[in-house]
Ligand binder design. Sequence first.
Ligand SMILES: *[C@@H]1O[C@H](CO)[C@@H](O)[C@H](O)[C@H]1NC(C)=O
Ligand SMILES: *[C@@H]1O[C@H](CO)[C@@H](O)[C@H](O)[C@H]1NC(C)=O
Length: 358
Amino acid sequence: MKPFVFVLAAIVAVEALTFRMKMQKNDNSNHRVNVWNPSMVSLTNSVHDSGGVVIHNIRRTQYFGEIALGTPEQKFNVSFETGTSNLWIPNRKFENHNFYNHNKSSSYMANGEEIEIRGNGGIVYGFLSQDTLSVGGISIHDQVFAEINHIGMPYKVKSYDGVFGLGFDANAVGHVETPFHRMLASLDKPIFSFYLGNKYTGELTFGILDPKHYKGAINYVDVSSPSQWQIPLDFVKAGDNVIASKTKAIVDTGMAFIVGPKEDVKKLADSVGAKPIYFGGYTIDCNSPGPDITWGIGGKTFILQKEDYTLQGTNLCFFTFIDSDGPWILGDTFISKYYTIFDVSSNNKPRIGFAQLA
Ligand SMILES: *[C@@H]1O[C@H](CO)[C@@H](O)[C@H](O)[C@H]1NC(C)=O
Ligand SMILES: *[C@@H]1O[C@H](CO)[C@@H](O)[C@H](O)[C@H]1NC(C)=O
């Protein structure tokens, strides 16, 4: 086995065990949100703005892009995660990760409230601070975020420094208003969209869709929970075998693979010829044909082919599904196959849209 297989196996293991910018804009003069006041955020006083972040990926297992905090800017790579709702950055050196130093920022404001954040990868500890946040050319003043000084997660194998939660305020630890919520007032549309990229660099846009990256109709489905990016899942099929029906799925850009209930993922693995490995993931024969996995969402079907649900090692391949005791989570294995739009919408009915990649 070549080293890449071990690296992949380690990444698969980490995912399984813990599971639990070409568009640069420089004119920031109009996006000032000066004080910590939720009432200032409304969808009606839009100043029509938008921004984009280049998304890098490491072999389809980690996706991240750059943000900056402070004055002058301190830059970080963050994982943009729709399954969590906090922004956190380390404030001391952890291996070769970048870290934030508030002593070097003239726009830093102390808060100090202690915080503990649980995410896909484990728990991190630290305290709240406020500073100017720049993301995709949009600048947000006095954003509350967490400075992290203890990381209880397999951080070494991560290629990003921190996490940028794109979930709802309701799930934000410390009742922090999320950066996306605070950005809403200045955006053209109350949306953000992911083109994850895979073979190419991807793009996350705020406030607009990028017609370069999708074609045809966008199929929207209303979210089924007021506090999560969760949608109804009509069915999951492997070839003609029905694996699950009438259930729900969280759509989480921070989860590399697809997570499903134990029994369902076992059935699915059997149907595609994947074999369990001791740490919880599955291997799959690189050369077997492998049926399509079809997802019924909002009355439409979405297809993953074998190359979409397989990570290729040298002579060993991994099946990008993880079983768990929880609900379905459509992670990057799914999201990278479709242009995915998260729309908080102005009528209080958030929805997620999927479109074919251009
Ligand atoms: C973020 O990651 C990209 C791709 O690996 C890298 O080119 C860039 O220098 C990183 N940015 C920072 C601030 O480390
Ligand atoms: C920032 O300054 C404080 C007080 O002088 C000090 O305790 C802290 O270690 C400094 N932080 C960093 C990251 O240098």
